[in-house]
Write a protein that binds this ligand. Structure first.
Ligand code: AMP
Ligand code: ZN
Length: 464
């Protein structure tokens, strides 16, 4: 069965063919590190993780690059207002970003190039654009891309240039999304930039945001590569401008497949600090969400539909994840006493087919849960044969290589392990009141201790 992805460039589901057999080159736009990434950013990063895990499941070798935007208008503004160097500011948020990546079990990219470490590559690309007649210098020594020179400008975002007014130039990174204008490639130094500048053939200044992804993807993946992703807000102007820069500098099609994930809404709307629903991953973990519950909530909706996040969904998500984990443990217990060979159950083909069809995760999960329900019933009435037990384990492990919803024992948060230790100490000195109090505290945080004759288990569940 062939793989199909909805390609923003062609506006239809295209059959996927990699440029080199068995290998995929993937570029995903990374975070702008002036603040902590939020749950919305992680919807996109988790979609990209799912795409990569799916390609690995299909046997591809994947080379994945994610840039880190560590210089732009926002980072400079923030470093000025917080009165710290741009380097210290961005290092802090890069550290937090990698913590969150690890928490959510996102497979790390092969390269995380930083914009500040690739300025010479960007200068070279701008030089090429000037030499090829696509870029010009303005009075203040900034360099702009002339969109009129590139006939295909607008092909990704479906813009009709003839109907647009295109007289203005845009110098900032953060500008209105509906009117195409000449955009900045190199920004001449201004007083507000302080110590943030690089020398260039056009005087001191710094690169614009778009050129960083064109230059860095080129360095690590070449002139033409397979897949480029981001959230839908990246389509215009960012990705449209990347295409213009790369294709005019290299005279080649830039990317074959463009995949974009829809936005995450929170409580039905845009997240906002004033509404108190602007969530970071660490906030949600403190509220008792497990990494698996967050993965489930963010991956169970199709990537091309809006999904609505709400903390009210915690209970339900924890329960679903618990069900999968209990089922897996049950199978492992049964497998201890049977022969280790077995194929894959029939349901697996349907599961893979759903993912082949533009990563249809809701359908893949529906197939998986239906199979889980039936298999559980077979275990209940002792009708599951030895070879079926092994093939069931094979399925759940393949399932998990894509969704990663099985919690390792060590995934219990350190705060919970500390409380469990305190509770044990209280029990040893027979301080039952204190032990009960700690147990309640653990419950409040969404975890339960199940005492047994030979010890205890800690489970992420809210049921009291
Ligand atoms: P930024 O750090 O703003 O450059 O964003 C990093 C990534 O997160 C980009 O691919 C954005 O498209 C994506 N993104 C930003 N906000 C949301 C959201 N609410 N839902 C989904 N993706 C988002
Ligand atoms: Zn980018």
């Amino acid at each position: 069965m062939s793989i199909k992805f909805y390609n923003t460039l062609t506006k239809r589901k295209d059959e996927f063919q990699s440029i080199t057999k068995g290998e995929v080159k993937l570029y995903t736009c990374g975070p702008t590190v002036y603040d902590t990434a939020h749950i919305g950013n992680f919807r996109t990063f988790l979609f990209e993780d799912l795409l990569k895990r799916f390609l690995l499941l299909k046997g591809y070798k994947v080379t994945h690059v994610m840039n880190i935007t560590d210089v732009d208008d926002k980072t400079i503004l923030r470093s000025n207002s917080d009165n710290i160097s741009i380097h210290d500011l961005t290092e802090k948020y890069i550290g937090l970003f990698f913590n969150d990546i690890q928490t959510l079990k996102i497979i790390p990219a092969d390269y995380y190039p930083k914009a500040t470490e690739h300025v010479p590559e960007m200068i070279n690309m701008i030089k090429k654009l000037i030499d090829n007649g696509y870029a010009y210098k303005s009075d203040d020594n900034s360099i702009y891309f002339n969109i009129e020179k590139f006939g295909k400008y607008g092909k990704l975002a479906n813009l009709n240039l003839a109907e647009q007014k295109k007289t203005q130039r845009i110098a900032t990174d953060d500008y209105s999304k509906d009117s195409p204008q000449d955009f900045v490639l190199w920004k001449a130094w201004k007083k507000e930039d302080g110590k943030v500048f690089w020398e260039s053939p056009w005087g001191k200044g710094r690169p614009g945001w778009h050129i960083e992804c064109s230059a860095m993807s080129n360095k690590y993946l070449g002139d033409n590569f397979d897949i480029h992703c981001g959230g839908v807000d990246n389509i215009f102007p960012h990705h449209e401008n990347e295409i213009a820069q790369s294709e005019c500098a290299n005279n080649k099609q830039f990317v074959n497949y463009w995949l974009h994930s829809e936005h995450l809404l929170v409580d039905g709307g845009k997240m906002s600090k004033s509404a108190g629903n602007f969530y970071k991953i660490s906030d949600l973990i403190d509220m008792g969400f497990t990494p698996e519950a967050l993965r489930y909530l963010l991956l169970s909706g199709h990537y091309r539909t809006n999904i609505n996040f709400s903390v009210d969904k915690k209970h339900e998500a924890l329960k679903v994840v618990q069900r999968i984990n209990d089922f897996y443990e049950r199978l492992l217990d049964l497998s201890a006493k049977c022969d280790k060979t077995g194929a894959l159950p029939e349901a697996y083909n349907l599961f893979e087919k759903a993912l082949d069809d533009d990563l249809n995760t809701p359908e893949a999960l529906a197939v998986f849960f239906e199979w889980l329900r039936k298999t559980n019933a077979q275990i209940d009435d002792n009708s599951l044969k030895d070879k079926d037990i092994i093939s069931a384990i094979n399925f759940i492990e393949k399932f998990n290589s894509v969704f990663d919803l099985i919690a390792k024992k060590s995934d219990v948060p350190s705060k919970i392990t500390e409380l469990v230790k305190e509770r044990e100490e209280a029990r040893e000195v027979k301080d039952w009141a204190k032990a009960d109090l700690i147990r309640d505290q653990i419950l409040e945080m969404g975890w339960i201790i199940e005492d047994a004759a030979d010890g205890f288990k800690i489970k992420p569940i809210l049921e009291k």
